[in-house]
Design a protein around this ligand. Structure first.
Ligand code: NDP
Length: 399
């Protein structure tokens, strides 16, 4: 049915590529292009021979002209940006110049300011519309499926949604005292930043990890969770009718918090360059180099993730609560695609989002977040491709 250019070949991309190859009826041909070509070739070697034709290329996705040249040579129907948030704008620009559809899983961040927001990507809205192409922003799990869950709740369960709490629990144990489940640099920037939530039309800022709650997660049990700023808060605040408050909580164990605080206190999480033995280095990038590679956690991680949304709103004039979530088992993911559940829960929705565009199920022209598309087909695909969801109509609410 179509051709996809997949940029990046890390944890998330590897899962998405496995899933594209499982879905050969839609992904007839893929080109895997990343900074380190040997990783693309190794994956091609592992997955080749199926219905999906695979080729590979070396690409510096910070360079728009290089991306344009590759798009012109391969002529994909969609570019899946599974590299890092730093590359969002260069890749979107290349898609615009070549009139090619675009998808990513994380909103733009500049390498030298740990601030992520949709503004600069939303600014492409009119240009993409005029060019007759679609950009799907934030199509992983959170953001991604959390937006699809919100659109689904809005469409089928509520007349008006007033409160959303997004809960992201990871009960996986990899046996290391400290490691991050996805790109350490991006992960630590997110957690070390100030928290915030949306209430009554404005942002309320908190100190990093200032707000803590305990929640008893289905199939996981009781966990400490902390309020973080998270990118889907920004788009859901704009797109969900009647919203009064949205918060995002993520679970962290005590060992993770203690190590993070210590690293922070000694300056290792800083993104300000320093001079070390005559050479400029960024402490956080150095830290990334000494931490375990997230891709290596797969075989060691045991346990489950539970990510979902609790909604409170009104249906037919009555107050209603509704919780929708997915539970994913780290070891089952590893057995299937050789990655742990964090990469799996992000890579599967990225493949499904691209399939939505390739099949025409999602075909609005312009730049959109996932909750702006019809959720029903996507929800059906989630169950089919390994991320089934459960509903609870009387959940315990977060205080
Ligand atoms: P990894 O670090 O494992 O992979 C990133 C990949 O991008 C690597 O292959 C890397 O190449 C490549 N890359 C980096 N810079 C460039 C560049 N300039 N040009 C070409 N390729 C480049 O990250 P993850 O797979 O863990 O994360 C991928 C994305 O998914 C991130 O944006 C992350 O924020 C997002 N994410 C989203 C989630 C969600 O639920 N929405 C959850 C988790 C992650 P090399 O191999 O050379 O390093």
């Amino acid at each position: 049915m179509g051709k996809a250019l997949i940029i990046g070949c890390g944890g998330v991309a590897s899962v998405a590529i496995h899933k594209c190859c499982q879905n050969g009826a839609v992904f007839e041909e893929i080109l895997i292009a990343s900074r380190t070509k040997s990783k693309c070739d190794a994956l091609k070697e592992k997955l080749g021979g199926g219905k999906t034709k695979i080729s590979t290329a070396k690409l510096d996705a910070d360079n728009t002209e290089e991306i344009i040249a590759l798009i012109k040579a391969f002529e994909p129907d969609i570019v899946m940006n599974l590299a890092l948030p730093y590359q969002d704008l260069t890749i979107m620009e290349a898609c615009l110049k070549t009139k090619t559809n675009y998808l990513d899983t994380a909103n733009y961040e500049s390498p030298d300011a740990a601030k992520f927001e949709y503004k600069r990507q939303w600014e492409y809205g009119d240009k993409f519309k005029k060019a007759g192409i679609t950009a799907v922003l934030g199509c992983g799990f959170d953001p991604g499926v959390t937006g699809v869950f919100s659109a689904y709740a809005m469409k089928h369960q509520f007349d008006e949604i007033n409160y959303i709490d997004i809960l992201d629990a990871n009960a996986g144990d990899h046996g290391y005292p400290f490691a991050t489940n996805f790109n350490p640099e991006i992960n630590i920037r997110e957690v070390a930043a100030k928290g915030s939530y949306w209430q009554d039309g404005k942002w309320i800022e908190t100190e990093p990890l200032e707000i803590k709650r305990v929640y008893n997660f289905p199939q996981i049990g009781e966990k400490d969770m902390y309020l973080l700023h998270h990118e889907e808060l920004e788009s859901l605040a704009k797109n969900i009718k009647g919203i009064k408050r949205i918060r995002f909580f993520m679970t962290f164990g005590q060992s993770y918090i203690t190590h993070l605080k210590c690293l922070e206190n000694v300056g290792m999480t800083s993104i300000k360059p320093i001079i070390y033995e005559g050479k400029e280095i960024v402490p956080l990038q150095f830290l990334k180099a000494v931490l375990p590679d997230p891709a290596s956690l797969g075989p060691r991680t045991k346990g489950k993730t539970n990510i979902g949304c609790i909604f409170r709103g009104k249906k037919n004039g009555k107050l209603k609560d509704y919780y929708i979530y997915n539970v994913c088992d780290h070891q089952e993911c590893y057995r299937e695609v050789g990655s742990q559940a964090i990469s799996y829960t992000t890579g599967v929705p990225a493949m499904i989002g691209a399939a939505m565009v390739l099949t025409g199920a999602w075909n609005k022209k312009g730049v959109y977040n996932v909750e702006e598309f019809d959720p029903d087909v996507f929800m059906a695909e989630l169950s089919k491709w390994g991320l089934p969801w459960k509903e609870d109509f009387s959940p315990v609410l977060v205080e």
